[in-house]
Design a protein around this ligand. Structure first.
Ligand SMILES: Cc1ncc(COP(=O)(O)O)c(C=O)c1O
Length: 427
């Protein structure tokens, strides 16, 4: 790659994410992102196989999102959310509540009712933290404190201290921090014919404030898929013992796992749902924890101590809320479920034959996610895929390497061919 002055100058000062600086090659210098393609400083164009950590659902630089953010910038980029209000956030809260009411109606099945109280944050991890605070404090406020949170083997919920405690304690990327934060009990996801989850749950249930799960598709902790029945069993266990159920739909939401929300396919309505990533179509940082009115009601009363004490400086940033409105417009306008169904079919068609390749352990596809699981340490580096025109960044865990695709949902056939060809060739 040709020399890039700003990259060389900044490299001595930037601490990169998830990076062993001693051995990692330099990052790819991007000068432009448009549609499903990244233009590099050396003139190469790569098809983006990961949609910027699964956010850029509509591709980069969508004119509708740009226009809406531009108009918001003209009016105001940001005002603090404490004591002040702005239209973009208040209308977005109402819109998300209506969307989740419709999703809950579609889900029918088992559930708690209205998901209608929206708390905005600037990152998914913080939204998960807020969901945990909602759950734990709701018990505290009602005078029946519970301290335990149940999470699942293979989970990933973020990088902050409480969310690290939720991640898989042995195989996850935060194993070094296992046991350092919340009181978390990890359990296996309910599996057909196996009652280990119910048995483990019964031993702690009286103290469980909430159970948190990535519904249908666990992402960064392993890209593993489970059935809706597992979630219905979790819902039943929660209901029987008065625990709240939190769905972390930061990755699965907005069609990534197939439907608008995974909760619709699972036919389970949680008490709190967490959204992020594709909410703004990868344009600006925004996430939300959305609680049922019953959870919200536990915070009401004359005492200010019962309030939810949280308020990130940039929460409900007006530009981000405008981007989210535009992103929701695009999700509503396009037939995203059909688009993702087609993507799921081609992911299966192209990735399934790779099962027979050396060091490949498994191939899994769910919605707009396809993964080739390899033996640890055996996945090619991003440079190998970049030399074939694709940006693909394997996840490396203790027990597996994951070469995965989670491209923009709007990806076309030619760009998809580049991604699939890069994996076929790179492996
Ligand atoms: C399911 C899930 N929860 C939480 C997070 C954390 O979100 P953020 O990176 O915005 O903090 C992620 C990010 O990958 C995620 O996939």
């Amino acid at each position: 790659m040709s020399r890039v002055a700003w990259l060389e100058q900044g490299a001595a000062h930037v601490w990169r994410p998830y990076c062993q600086h001693r051995t990692a090659p330099p990052p790819l210098a991007v000068t432009r992102a448009e549609g499903c393609r990244l233009t590099l400083a050396d003139g190469r164009e790569l098809v983006d196989g990961t949609a910027s950590w699964w956010t850029a659902a509509h591709g980069y630089g969508h004119p509708h999102i740009r226009a809406r953010v531009g108009a918001q910038l003209d009016a105001m980029p940001h005002v603090a959310f404490g004591g002040l209000a702005h239209e973009a956030a208040y209308s977005l809260a109402a819109r998300l509540a209506a969307l989740l009411a419709d999703a809950s109606r579609v889900a029918g099945g088992e559930g708690a009712g209205s998901l209608s109280r929206v708390f905005f944050t600037e990152s998914g991890s913080v939204a998960v933290e807020v969901a945990l605070k909602m759950a734990l404090q709701s018990f505290h406020n009602s005078g029946r404190p519970r301290r335990t949170v149940v999470a699942f083997d293979g989970a990933y919920h973020g990088d902050t201290f409480a969310t690290m405690s939720l991640c898989d304690p042995t195989d996850g990327m935060h194993a070094a921090f296992a046991g350092s934060g919340l009181r978390v009990v990890h359990m296996p996801l309910p599996a057909p014919g196996d009652h280990a989850f119910e048995e483990r749950f019964a031993t702690v249930a009286g103290d469980v404030a909430c159970v948190i799960v990535e519904p249908l598709l666990q992402c960064a902790g392993g890209m593993r898929v489970h059935e809706g029945e597992a979630l219905r069993r979790i819902r039943r266990a929660c209901d029987a013992r008065g625990a709240l159920l939190v769905f972390d739909e930061i990755a699965t939401g907005f069609f990534r796992s197939g439907r608008r929300f995974a909760l619709e396919e699972a036919q389970v309505v949680p008490d709190i749902v967490v959204l992020g990533k594709a909410l703004t179509g990868g344009t600006l940082p925004l996430a939300a924890a959305v609680a049922s009115e019953a959870v919200f009601a536990a915070f009401l009363g004359p005492e200010s101590t019962k309030a939810l004490q949280h308020g990130p400086t940039y929460m409900a940033n007006a530009l981000a809320c405008a981007a989210a409105h535009a992103s929701l417009d695009l999700f509503e306008a396009g037939d995203c479920a059909a688009r993702v169904a087609r993507l799921e079919a081609v992911l299966r068609e192209r990735l399934a034959p790779l099962r027979s390749r050396p060091r490949v352990v498994d191939v899994r596809v769910k919605g707009a996610m396809g993964v080739v699981e390899m033996e640890p340490g055996s996945a090619p580096s991003s440079d190998v895929f970049a030399s074939r025109g694709a940006f693909i960044r394997p996840i490396r865990l203790a027990r597996a390497d994951l070469v995965y695709l989670m491209p923009p949902l709007v990806i076309g056939g030619a760009d998809f061919d580049v991604l699939a060809g890069a994996i076929e060739g790179g492996l």
